[in-house]
Structures are given as structure tokens and as C-alpha cells.
Design a protein around this ligand. Structure first.
Ligand code: SAH
Ligand code: SF4
Length: 348
């Protein structure tokens, strides 16, 4: 088992059987986390990149089985921010020192190409990097957002098990999800994807395939989150994912994609009070604090127990900075593109 971890540290290649062995064996977890931490340090140095997250609409035309924003959930008060509110939150985030803004939302057709390109241009005028996470759009739409200045796009594949994907995302097509990732890459975005860990009927075998998929498409960012059952969805009685397996998937991903951006996800912290710190010490190098204000934070209810919904953006900025410096890391002052770090040379 040690040999597999050593091989991954040196070559950043693993076979499916090797990944499976790491996933199946819980005796090597601490060693795996340490190895991922070492590789993160070697390639990306000591710094943590912060992204200011604006959750700009909780209205969604999709019906993903796991998600509280799904259209059939009638128990949720819906909102969409105005363009002015979005710009206001983004401007404040820049004042707090964020160098990247992430705009995330449900698939809300109110925000058509004209509206979105306007918003993108306005945020880009603040001199920040901009990541979009608005789900599936056409090639032309992605192209228009890119032309307006968007730099990155996050769209999780959720699972590469086509049968599971089809069961989890009714009415959506796995092939189209793949095509979205392909189109984003062709258009020159930094492309982020990822999975949910602990979906019903998800196997370790399929998770091993997911990790190989990240490598195959050479993703620039990978977000791994435990699935947390939401009482307002059909999966309310499901077991859900656990933090340890999510961290293992993340750590293996770091070993085979050494220079990419990997967030310590909010869902990890929602499962354990120090989940994000443990993630930062197991391969992650990014945190995405929420910069949305007021009651919207509660209403962006993907899953229950979401952290910091009663806090303000300025509190979150201070809180996360304190936690990061307490583990001997510092906040990056760069834009945080892939491979960007305070390390000048490495033997890749
Ligand atoms: N609508 C866009 C972006 C918003 S959803 C999209 O779907 O791509 C962002 C992410 O939230 C999803 O990719 C999914 O992985 C995650 N998510 C949704 N429901 C969740 C749950 N119950 N537990 C954990 N993560 C969840
Ligand atoms: Fe909508 Fe995204 Fe939730 Fe699916 S995961 S219901 S697309 S917000």
C-alpha cells in the first residue's frame, strides 16, 4: 500500500486497481492525507487561494434528486438577486480582498445571455478573475460569457456512472454534461468539475472511475463534496456521504493532478466543524467563503446544516483567515489560476 502512495507521489499516475485499493483500505488514510499535503506544498506552496462566492439565484428548472433547489421543492422561498445587488456584493468582496468572484446559481432562465454578459462585464470591470457556475448552457452561451470576460467555469459531472447519473438527474443527459465540459475547454475556460461522494448506490469502483476521469480530461479544478441528504428532496432518507471518504477522494485527486486548484468544500465543513481545515491539510489549496448577504444565505439551501448562514461576509473573511493562519498557511494575493503559487520551481 505504501508503494502505491510512493508511486503516486513520484509519477502522478495510478491505475484503477491501485486507486481502488487506496479507497478500500482505511489503514492508510493518514499516510494518504500526508502525501497529498506534501504534493500540494511542493507544487503550490504555502498559500491558500480564496474565492468570494455569490449565490445569485436559488431558482432552478432542473430536478436533481439530491438538491434542495430542485424545481419540485415547494418548501423553499425562492429569490434572485438584482443586477445591482450582485454588483454590490461583488464590489464589497473586492474590498475585503478577494481576487476571484464565483457566481453560482440554479439553472434560472431569467438570467439570459444578455443579462449574464452584462453582469460578467460589470464584475470584470472590478479587476478580478471570474468563475461562473450556472449549469448546462449551449456552446454559444458559454462563448458569449467567455467573450464578456469570464475566466473559469465549474460544472460537476456529479458521477461518471451513467446509470447512476440518469437516476440522480432525471431529464438530464450524461452525454450533454460531458459535452458542456468539452465545450468549456474548447472555449479556453479553466474548467472545474467534481463529484458528490455517497450518492445512493454509488460504488467505490465508480468513484475510482471518477478520479480517472478527472485525470483524463485534465481538469483545472476539482470540487469533491459529501452528499448531504435534504429533507425536502426524494433522497431525504438516504444515508449520505462521509467526510473521510470525501477527503480520500480529494487526496488521491491531488496526487495525480498535483498543480490543480482543489477547494476545501463547504459541504465538508458542514459535516465536521474543522472539515475544511482537515481538507486543507489533505491536499486542498482553495476556500470559497460566501459573500452573499442577508437571508439569501439561508435560502440557498442545497443541503441542510450549511455553515455560516447567519454570518456576514466580513465575519467569514476574518474567520477563515484566522483558521488558515493558525495552521501556518497564508492567504494568496494572486488571482489563483492553475499552478499559480509561491513556488518557483518543481520537478514535474
Ligand atoms: N446549478 C449548478 C450549480 C449549483 S449546484 C449545477 O448544478 O451545476 C452546485 C453543486 O451543489 C452541485 O454540483 C452539487 O454537487 C452540489 N449539491 C447539490 N445538492 C447537494 C447535497 N444535497 N449535498 C451536497 N452537495 C450538493
Ligand atoms: Fe439545479 Fe444545480 Fe440543484 Fe441540479 S444541482 S437542482 S441543476 S441547482
Amino acid at each position: 500500500m505504501n508503494k502505491i502512495i510512493e508511486k503516486a507521489k513520484l509519477t502522478h499516475e495510478l491505475t484503477k486497481d491501485e486507486i481502488l485499493m487506496l479507497l478500500e483500505n482505511d489503514n492508510i488514510n493518514e499516510e494518504l492525507f500526508k502525501a497529498a499535503d506534501y504534493i500540494r506544498e511542493k507544487y503550490l506552496g504555502n498559500v491558500v487561494n480564496l474565492r468570494g462566492l455569490i449565490e445569485f439565484t436559488n431558482i432552478c428548472k432542473r430536478n436533481c434528486m439530491y438538491c434542495g433547489l430542485r424545481r419540485d421543492n415547494k418548501n423553499l422561498k425562492r429569490y434572485r438577486l438584482t443586477e445591482d445587488e450582485i454588483f454590490d456584493f461583488a464590489s464589497k468582496a473586492v474590498n475585503y480582498g478577494y481576487k476571484t468572484i464565483v457566481l453560482q446559481g440554479g439553472e434560472d432562465d431569467y438570467f439570459d445571455v444578455d443579462k449574464m454578459t452584462n453582469i460578467v462585464k460589470k464584475i470584470k470591470s472590478l479587476g478580478v478573475a471570474l468563475t461562473l457556475s450556472l449549469g448546462e448552457k449551449t456552446y454559444e452561451e458559454y462563448k458569449a460569457f467567455k467573450a464578456a470576460g469570464a475566466d473559469r467555469y465549474l460544472i460537476r459531472i456529479e458521477t461518471t456512472d451513467k446509470q447512476l447519473y440518469t437516476a440522480m438527474d432525471p431529464g438530464m443527459s450524461f452525454e450533454n454534461r460531458l459535452e458542456c465540459l468539452d465545450n468549456l475547454r474548447k472555449l479556453g475556460y479553466e474548467v472545474g468539475t467534481g463529484i458528490l461522494v455517497g450518492l445512493p448506490n454509488q460504488t467505490l469502483d465508480s468513484i475510482a472511475n471518477d478520479i480517472l476521469f478527472f485525470k483524463e480530461i485534465d481538469a483545472d479544478m476539482i470540487g469533491i463534496g459529501p452528499f448531504i441528504p435534504n429533507a425536502d428532496t426524494p433522497l431525504k432518507d438516504a444515508e449520505g456521504g462521509n467526510l473521510t471518504l470525501s477527503l480520500k477522494v480529494m487526496a488521491i485527486t491531488r496526487l495525480i493532478l498535483p498543480d490543480i486548484n482543489i477547494p476545501a468544500t463547504t459541504a465538508m465543513e458542514s459535516l465536521a466543524p474543522n472539515g475544511r481545515i482537515k481538507a486543507l491539510q489533505s491536499g486542498a489549496n482553495v476556500v470559497m467563503p460566501n459573500v452573499t448577504e442577508g437571508e439569501y444565505r439561508k435560502l440557498y439551501a442545497l443541503y441542510p446544516g450549511k455553515i455560516c448562514t447567519g454570518d456576514t461576509p466580513s465575519h467569514c473573511r476574518g474567520c477563515i483567515t484566522g483558521k488558515i493562519t493558525a495552521i501556518g498557511r497564508s492567504i494568496s494575493d494572486g488571482y489563483g489560476f492553475r499552478g499559480n503559487s509561491n513556488v518557483n520551481s518543481h520537478d514535474c
